[in-house]
Design a protein around this ligand. Sequence first.
Ligand SMILES: [Zn+2]
Length: 166
Amino acid sequence: MIEKTKALPIILKPDPVLNKSTEIIKDPLDPHIQQLARNMFATMEKEGDHAVGLSAPQVASSLRMCVIRFNGLNRTLINPQIIKKSRDLTLMPELCLSIPNKEFNILRYDKITLKYTNELGVTYKIKAKNFLSVLLQHELDHLDGILMSDKYEMQTDLRDFYNITE
Ligand SMILES: [Zn+2]
């Protein structure tokens, strides 16, 4: 049976599903995974232009998958993994659909290389910098049950080290 694509409710902090680590997806071509990806894009679409990334835990699925919208392109990232990261860090204000109307300045790697499988089961490597790098690291944190507010707390010493006051 083909399920209709639909926008899903966004899970908000402090729902515990957001702090759970996610399960590796064994079969990216599993119809359930395919449907979830379509529903996640529909969810972002409904949220509007500020929605550029969404992870499975944010729609109550503890699976290692996220979707992003970047430069007009939709990408499904299944089992994404950072395989290289820069020594340089970057600081950018971040937003999160699960923590509405809040902004956190988070330190992230300036550049990363990411390996992931797409919805067709093809494995890719991408190099990302600046905003895309930050976006991907934000989504990957979700897959480890880490919200930007948790990350902010974790970076107190790091901010001190770099003399960052905001
Ligand atoms: Zn988020």
